[in-house]
Design a protein around this ligand. Structure first.
Ligand code: DGL
Length: 273
């Protein structure tokens, strides 16, 4: 069992992703639980996770989770759909603090949102290949039909800061057109990077398609957990500290400009071999 000593209430909530994407979850956490301190790790040395094997994503996720525990995190929010799909089920039992992924909250929100029963899911290659969303949605309601597509070009475009760019829009149209032709009324943004493209995705899909943001729903799940366990909430010092596993030029710009996040400290920490 990893992390046997019990962190105090004022300990930070640990959050991680491969890169910038998990900051969409941090942004929702700031809104849902503004009094909590957040320690975010962006594994910028090894982004993207989405084309890697389950074994590699699990190893990376374990290394980052161990780092968060060393830093005293009272819970671990896996702000990455790829790691939530591939690593959380095998990792969570090994940790003494709660580990919350983004997948179940996203699936539950999609089931709630659909009226026609036809749901689309976009995500990384690894998330889509795992069929984790399809299984989670079907478990909640086996009557629903789930259409999925991997969008491997989106994370590099987002990490490059091409959020409102004709290239990104063209790529999105290529991915989404066949799915929209199949008639969905709900689209799950099954990668925490994708809410940064919500504007253009919404334009392409039109008003008849509800966008389900796994970031927003994960933040609500974290708030529920804190509210239900007085031993976990609440922290006495709010704020956001960021650790990156390598330098990343666009990181601060996107965090501050696109997500309006105020960062208290930013440092680089090497992880793994
Ligand atoms: N933002 C992550 C996700 O939700 C990881 C994307 C990647 O690194 O490929 O899947």
């Amino acid at each position: 069992m990893t992390g046997s000593s019990r962190p105090s209430n004022s300990a930070p909530i640990g959050v991680f992703d491969s890169g910038i994407g998990g900051l969409t979850v941090v942004s929702e956490l700031r809104r849902a639980i503004p009094h909590e301190r957040i320690l975010y790790v962006g594994d910028t040395a090894r982004v993207p996770y989405g084309g890697k094997s389950a074994e590699t994503v699990t190893r990376y996720s374990r290394e980052i989770s161990d780092l968060l525990l060393i830093e005293g995190a009272k819970m671990i929010v896996v702000a990455c759909n790829t790691a939530s799909a591939l690593a959380v089920p095998s990792l969570a039992p090994d940790y003494s603090v709660p580990m919350i992924g983004v997948l179940e909250p996203g699936a539950a929100a999609a089931v709630k949102a659909t009226r026609s029963g036809r749901i689309g899911v976009i995500g990384t290659r690894a998330t889509i290949a795992s069929q984790a969303y399809t299984k989670a949605i079907e478990q909640l309601n086996p009557e629903l039909s789930v259409n999925t597509i991997a969008c491997p070009l989106l994370v590099p475009l987002i990490e490059e800061g091409l959020l409102d760019d004709e290239i990104t829009e063209a790529v999105l149209r290529r991915y989404l057109t066949p799915m929209l032709a199949g008639g969905i009324d709900t689209l799950v943004l099954g990668c925490t990077h994708y809410p940064l493209l919500k504007g253009v995705i919404g334009r392409i899909c039109g008003p008849g398609v509800s966008l389900v943001d796994s970031a927003e729903n994960c933040a609500l799940a974290v708030k529920e957990l804190l509210d239900s366990d007085p031993a976990k909430g609440s922290s006495t010092s709010s704020g956001l500290d960021i650790l990156l596993t390598d330098c990343s030029e666009g990181f601060l710009r996107i965090a501050e400009k696109s997500l309006a996040l105020t960062i208290d400290s930013l440092s680089v920490r090497r992880v793994g071999n």
